[in-house]
Design a protein around this ligand. Structure first.
Ligand SMILES: [Zn+2]
Length: 272
């Protein structure tokens, strides 16, 4: 992962230096990132219809990805990774009041770093217009303050990649899977909504919002089709959660004309 990310970071630096940055530069970067993701063993296994569980256990860091605490609450956005992260779109900016109360209770005084970030798609949905990032930061500051956690802002110079390169959305139900730092895993959105026990309605709304970002023009977009679908990957803590979340994911995927598919696995047991 680190080599791949460094490659992307170097390109990012070049882009930041280029004052004449334009759409063509991004298009080239999208093509490079897409080509790289097509070589990914997990993506290839998913496309071949293989069991993702076996391929994940073959990744050297897979079980270790469950053996440490996740200390950041960040946006689902795959460009954002300040550390081991649990995630919700816009750190929960799309939550209704009941679900927000569930989140606040779950993260109260947990010593988390909660980050807001530049160019947040979820903040743009919650607060359309040129000041969406400002509203995203204000929401996140308030969430960190009201729950006794720490606030930090992430700007584009810290992005893991300059462009959205997500091939999947991980519906992460264990609250223990440091997938954002797992070498060999494809670019991914993360949602910890099932881990927090948020409503099925919210889980679906959030998944659709993130899929729409992935299938849209600011991401891999039209590259996703029936042959190369976007994946909803269910990371479940047990068989019951696997069944419930997979059903929910299938209902969401059914709305995207074959361009979204579901794959599920049960996470390794607690690693001490
Ligand atoms: Zn965001």
């Amino acid at each position: 992962m680190f080599n791949e990310n460094n490659m992307c970071n170097n390109k990012l630096k070049l882009e930041v230096m280029d004052k004449h940055d334009n759409h063509n530069n991004h298009e080239e970067l999208f093509n490079q990132e897409w080509a790289k993701s097509q070589e990914n063993t997990i993506v290839q296994a998913l496309k071949a219809g293989e069991k993702i569980e076996e391929k994940l256990f073959e990744l050297p860091g897979f079980q270790k990805a469950f053996d440490h605490e996740l200390t950041c609450l960040e946006c689902s956005d795959g460009r954002i990774c300040s550390g081991p992260k649990i995630a919700l779109a816009g750190q929960g900016i799309l939550l209704g009041l009941e679900d927000l109360a569930i989140l606040e209770k779950a993260i109260k005084d947990k010593g988390l770093t909660i980050t807001g970030h530049e160019n947040c798609g979820a903040a743009g949905i919650a607060h359309p217009g040129e000041h969406s990032d400002y509203h995203g930061y204000e929401y996140t500051k308030e969430l960190a303050s009201s729950t006794g956690n720490t606030y930090r802002e992430v700007h584009h110079d810290e992005f893991k990649c300059a462009v959205h390169n997500e091939r999947a959305l991980v519906l992460e139900g264990t609250g223990r899977f440091d997938v954002a730092n797992l070498e060999g895993f494809p670019g991914q959105f993360i949602s910890s909504a099932s881990h927090f026990g948020l409503s099925a309605e919210y889980q679906k709304t959030e998944a659709k919002a993130l899929i729409n970002i992935a299938l849209g023009s600011h991401s891999f977009g039209e590259r996703f089709d029936e042959e190369n679908p976007f994946y909803l990957i269910v990371s479940a803590k047990d068989a019951e959660q696997l069944e419930v979340t997979t059903k929910l994911a299938e209902e969401v995927a059914a709305e995207f004309d074959g361009r979204v598919k579901v794959s599920s696995f049960i996470a390794p047991k607690e690693v001490i």
